[in-house]
Design a protein around this ligand. Structure first.
Ligand SMILES: [Zn+2]
Ligand SMILES: [Zn+2]
Length: 272
């Protein structure tokens, strides 16, 4: 059994209404050993592009709330602090200021925007093929890594394929293998991991992010750091599909998954 869900949102993210205590109670009910909270902080996220949602995290208040809960849940579960940082190369200085200012146990770097545009919305695909739009998303990941590395794992690497205009969620990894080779080698070279994000299983993709071909490539290049997260925005999705994720990792030849404390990896044996 997986000891913690490393990608979880609460009411501190503007796209979640989940009371923090309810999610922690769910982690305890699922007999998890650790609770991670990784709410969104997306610097320069255009509010008008997100239907009025504001993805700026009130980080001081957030960390203070977690600190308080750490004490009250002391004998039930160990609470660890995280954040899901939206990466873009033009905000590198702001990202660096942010990670210098605040301390976390764990940081997920994610791509939610490309050139300020959200691939969730049709406007991102206008005037070009789906393949070109996907390629730009993946190339922006590579560009982000070249500019900023103060994160522990890169989140949901193939997130964009959930939103392509053909609505099939089907895509050919081989069309993008070159750019993934670049991304994964860069991550590995700098000691950065990736995550298995089981939201793919409950958002219609049929498999967790990223596609198995990407996991295999990461393994082949020597990658070893993989966290497991549900991307839950409400308590019922906490730990969703973790047995399947564990079996998937084992089938790709991984022997360990990873937890982070004080930004340091801890490797935990997968159980066949
Ligand atoms: Zn995300
Ligand atoms: Zn998330």
């Amino acid at each position: 059994m997986i000891l913690a869900d490393c990608h979880v949102h609460s009411e501190f993210s503007s796209d979640s209404q989940a009371p923090l205590s309810k999610i922690i109670e769910q982690a305890i009910a699922k007999e998890m050993q650790y609770f991670y909270l990784t709410d969104h902080h997306d610097i320069d996220f255009p509010i008008e592009a997100a239907n009025g949602l504001d993805f700026q995290l009130d980080t001081a208040r957030y960390l203070a709330a977690l600190e308080e809960l750490k004490t009250s849940y002391n004998d039930k579960i160990e609470i660890r602090t995280g954040v899901e940082l939206g990466l873009m190369s033009h905000i590198t200085d702001k990202l660096t200021d942010y990670t210098n200012q605040f301390s976390f146990d764990f940081i997920i770097g994610s791509s939610h925007l490309v050139r300020g545009m959200d691939p969730y919305y049709p406007s991102y695909y206008e005037g070009r093929s789906q393949k070109e739009a996907y390629l730009e998303y993946f190339e922006s990941i590579y560009d982000n890594i070249k500019h900023f590395l103060d994160f522990d794992v890169y989140g949901h690497l193939d997130y964009v394929v959930r939103y392509g205009p053909d609505k099939t969620m089907k895509w050919q990894f081989s069309d993008y293998a070159d750019i993934f080779e670049g991304i994964l080698k860069e991550l590995i070279q700098h000691g950065k991991g990736i995550e298995i994000n089981t939201a793919g299983l409950y958002k219609g993709l049929g498999y967790p992010h990223p596609h198995k071909d990407i996991l295999n490539m990461y393994k082949d290049f020597g990658g070893e750091i993989i966290t497991i997260g549900s991307d839950a925005h409400s308590p019922e999705y906490l730990g969703y599909g973790f047995d399947a994720a564990e079996q998937l990792l084992i089938s790709c030849g991984f022997r360990y998954y990873t937890l982070f404390k004080n930004r340091k990896p801890e490797f935990v044996l997968l159980e066949p």
